[in-house]
Design a protein around this ligand. Structure first.
Ligand SMILES: *[C@@H]1O[C@H](CO)[C@@H](O)[C@H](O)[C@H]1NC(C)=O
Length: 578
């Protein structure tokens, strides 16, 4: 999973280049009120020939500032992508529509052809939708592929305006022979409710081009769900359908099950927390068993599903060789039901794909009070376990960090030559030096480079003992990581992307489905990385991937901010030189 993400990212980076045509002020927390405050941005926009994308997320832009930016955009005919989520923090609601309007007008005037419009996390409400109405109906949006409006408080009214705008855009663009073909639609947490969802469903049906639809948490119940179901039926290229946390009940779920029969490309179905109930789950199971050949993820958690219906779902995923996750947590299986479900999955050799059942609500007949007690106890146990594990880890880190730790060094009476595996288990600068001048070779021989996770772990172990103030240690670390990675990257079976994704997971920058736990990041990790990315053996496409992840704000690296910034600027330099 994590590898997929990195490979995809690398792929898209390779295609577009990280900032090919892109100007970014992302996450800078700038408070941009008037024209004066955006002088620098305006100048940079003006000077950027062929500007295609502008990132303004994570700043706050007032009406006058937006107008000044808009003016600069008026000549940008190649403009395509608006990354404008979270750009009105703390603004009055009334400021947002005029700000959006002037930006939209500029894009229309420029003759821009948009592919991405991201306005998520702007709490603009129904009126904010009016601010983009004109843009959405214009030629600038005939080419739109991704529309992201997550968490905007659109409400029923906003949903209807949005639907009407998309409908009109589709009509007008169709008469020109290039019908609007939206691929990605995101509008979670917007209180769209039945009427908003139903209006949008009609627009979706017209377009028929959707591949990803995310509308979780919108207070939609069976009427709206049924409307969406018949719309989805006409979007046969749909891959991802996320309606988490709406209220299907049997009716909605059965309608969805019918619609899914037409969707052979579907990979992710998230109907978690949707109250699909046993009858709904069984209908969905039937559809799954008849088709959906490349299903990857099915979430029917928290749906009041009983054991019998859950077992039908399990039977239905038999033979789905792409399946990665079946989530049936939080249903009403009871202890025996949970066991039966696990057994069923295991008997199909799919045990590892079944998600946790720790929040099972117990069989329906059971006394509710008793269940609640059980749940609480379980939860507490879990928390305790997690805490214990964390403590263990911390202890291990401390031991690892402490080079003079007596506990693990060999007793003086029986001097043994230091060996690589003891260094890798509990690394210390001293142990690394004691491996002698052949240490790089010894390490390289010890590590199985066909296993990318092990290689990443070994790299971080060696890097963790890096010391800026000791040239001996520094050289020993850099020689060793060079030898290791040079060998790895020149081994034909070595998977570069897996290595990078394992590294990102271990550094806490990328979530993993596997049991890999992040390490406690120390500056040495990043310093050694800064060295290796400059070496010839290190593939340049991985530099771009690392840069993309390092440039995000991340807690895992907070304690190493200075080193992180050095690494980031090195990554940027290396990439621009290549
Ligand atoms: C399935 O949905 C539940 C309920 O919303 C959610 O907590 C869980 O994370 C989802 N599972 C997966 C695998 O996404």
């Amino acid at each position: 999973m994590a590898t997929d993400v990195v490979a995809l990212l690398a792929d898209s980076l390779a295609k577009t280049g990280v900032e090919d045509g892109e100007l970014s002020y992302k996450g800078q927390g700038r408070k941009l009120d008037d024209a004066h405050s955006v002088e620098e941005i305006v100048k940079e926009i003006q000077d950027f020939e062929g500007l295609q994308a502008l990132r303004l997320e994570g700043n706050t832009v007032g009406v006058d500032a937006a107008q000044a930016i808009a003016k600069a955009l008026e000549t940008k005919s190649e403009f395509q992508r608006c990354y404008w989520s979270d750009m009105f923090t703390g603004r009055l609601r009334s400021e947002i529509p005029p700000a959006l309007n002037s930006l939209g007008d500029a894009l229309i005037l420029a003759g821009a052809r948009l592919t991405v419009l991201d306005l998520s996390d702007n709490a603009f409400g129904p009126d904010g939708v009016k601010g983009i109405e004109k843009l959405l109906k214009s030629t600038a949006c005939y080419t739109l592929q991704e529309l992201r409006l997550n968490n905007c408080g659109m409400g029923i009214g906003g949903g209807k305006i949005l639907a009407a705008s998309l409908t009109q855009c589709h009509k007008k663009s169709s008469t020109e022979g290039t019908p609007l073909s939206l691929r990605v639609f995101v509008a979670g947490r917007n209180r769209l409710e039945n009427d908003g969802a139903t209006a949008l469903a009609q627009a979706f049906q017209l377009m028929g081009s959707l591949e990803e639809v995310h509308m979780p948490q919108n207070g939609i119940n069976h009427a709206g769900v049924t409307a969406l179901a018949s719309a989805m039926q006409h979007n046969t290229g749909l891959r991802i359908l996320n309606l988490n946390d709406n209220t299907f009940t049997e009716k909605g779920a059965i309608a969805m099950a019918q619609a899914l029969k037409y969707l052979r490309s579907i990979q992710v179905i998230n109907f978690g927390d949707c109250l699909v109930r046993p009858a709904g789950a069984k209908a969905i199971a039937e559809t799954v068993s008849e088709g959906l050949p490349i299903l990857k993820e099915l979430n029917l958690s928290f749906g009041e599903i009983t054991e019998e219906a859950a077992l039908a779902v399990a039977q239905a995923v038999k033979g789905k060789d792409q399946l990665e996750k079946l989530d049936l947590n939080g249903n009403c299986l009871g202890e025996d039901g949970c066991k039966a479900l696990k057994d069923a999955m295991e008997s199909m050799n799919m045990g590892e794909h079944l998600g946790s059942l720790s929040d099972d609500e117990g069989e329906v007949e059971d006394d509710d009070d008793e269940d609640d007690d059980d749940d609480e106890e379980e939860d507490e146990d879990e928390v305790d376990e997690e805490e214990a594990e964390e403590e263990e880890e911390e202890e291990e880190e401390e031991e690892t960090e402490d080079s003079s730790s007596k506990k693990f060094s060999t007793p003086p009476s029986a001097p043994r030559p230091p060996d690589v595996s003891s260094f890798l288990s509990f690394p210390s600068p001293d142990k690394l030096l004691k491996l002698g001048p052949k240490r790089a070779l010894l390490i390289e021989q010890q590590v199985d480079v066909s296993d990318s996770t092990k290689t990443a772990e070994a790299f971080l172990k060696i890097a963790s003992v890096y010391r800026e103030d000791s040239n001996d240690v520094k050289d020993a670390v850099l020689d060793s990581v060079d030898a290791l990675l040079k060998k790895a990257f020149s081994t034909p079976s070595f998977q570069g992307y897996s290595f990078v994704s394992a590294l990102l997971v271990l550094l806490g920058l990328l979530k993993s489905e596997d049991k890999v736990r992040p390490v406690l990041v120390v500056p040495g990790h990043l310093q050694a990385l800064e060295h290796v990315v400059r070496q010839d053996y290190f593939p340049k496409e991985n530099v771009a991937v690392l840069e993309a992840f390092m440039s995000r704000n991340n807690k895992a690296l907070e304690s190493c901010n200075v080193t992180k910034n050095c690494l980031l600027s090195t990554l940027q330099r290396v990439r621009s030189e290549s």
